[in-house]
Design a protein around this ligand. Structure first.
Ligand code: URA
Length: 278
């Protein structure tokens, strides 16, 4: 059946679903795809530049249709766990607020808090999972092998400098043995990432890997389904893509990351280097 010329029943069903999604989005639900646009508008949109990039009509929709800010209530609830957090006005103040953190059990095994690095006014922010051994030793995110690949993506792929962007992780302390962070650890660190996003005010976030994407979008969907689609987190357009560590094991998927990164470049209004593929 041709989905571009839906029957009246399908159109009604689709519009009803769109209305429902918009309603729960306006109530503060995070992680919803931005493609909830009526078939009429879908029909007006261009074909995606790349078939693998499941770009939606939202890319062409007016900005006011695309970005729905996180509700004030939700942010306030998150910040209320740490009184005074909302008063931090710079990344330095936020770092000071976090201090020698002992708010979760990761403090027992980590060497130091790995806060974040880069341009405090960056228009592009990368969010990873959590520090590994090298990051834990050096106190900076993404400085190991995966970090080198991320730097290549930024510098050789995007034609930007690593120092132009801001890089942070979902959790700021290394999980022992590089295991995944546990829900209580994510919950303890989540307000800090949210405040980092508020202070940097990036135009675009790139969520690196399953863990960052699921934590930011508050979904359980696999990264293979999330990547290549624009989402919004706290009012910021967010593109999930594969984690550089995954790419080290699956170099064939660099092609997909490159497609996602090209979407990010377009969104930022930056030229896409023709031979920039890392
Ligand atoms: N992987 C991450 O997700 N973050 C880092 O900082 C390093 C590796």
């Amino acid at each position: 059946m041709d989905r571009r010329t839906p029957s009246p029943e399908r159109r009604l069903l689709f519009d009803t679903l769109c209305d429902y999604v918009e309603q729960i989005r306006s109530e503060g639900m995070e992680g919803l795809p931005l493609g909830t646009t009526s078939p009429a508008r879908i029909a007006q949109t261009r074909e995606p530049a790349h078939p693998e990039t499941r770009e939606t009509a939202a890319i062409d929709a007016p900005a006011s249709d695309r970005i729905v800010p996180k509700t004030q209530i939700e942010t306030e609830q998150m910040f209320s766990r740490y009184p005074g957090l909302e008063k931090t006005t710079t990344l330095e103040e936020l770092r000071e607020f976090i201090g020698d953190c002992e708010r979760c059990k990761l403090c027992k095994s980590r060497t130091q808090v790995v806060f974040g690095v880069g341009n405090s006014k960056a228009e592009l922010m990368f969010v990873g999972e959590g520090p590994g051994a090298e990051e834990d030793a050096r106190g900076e995110p993404f400085v190991g092998r995966a970090g080198q690949l991320l730097t290549d993506i930024i510098e050789r792929g995007m034609g930007m400098k690593r120092s132009d962007v801001y890089i942070a992780n979902v959790v700021k302390c290394r999980p022992p043995g590089n295991r995944n962070p546990e829900p209580d650890e994510v919950a303890a660190c989540e307000p800090f990432l949210a405040r980092q996003v508020e202070l940097v005010k990036p135009r675009v976030i790139v969520a690196l890997g399953t863990f960052a994407a699921q934590a930011l979008l508050r979904v359980k969907t696999p990264i293979s389904k999330l990547r290549g689609i624009w989402h919004e987190v706290g009012g910021v357009r967010t593109m999930p893509t594969f984690h550089p560590a995954y790419l080290l094991r699956n170099p064939g998927d660099k092609r997909l990351v490159w497609l996602d990164i090209q979407e990010v470049m377009k969104e930022l209004g930056r030229p896409v280097p023709r031979r920039g593929k890392p």
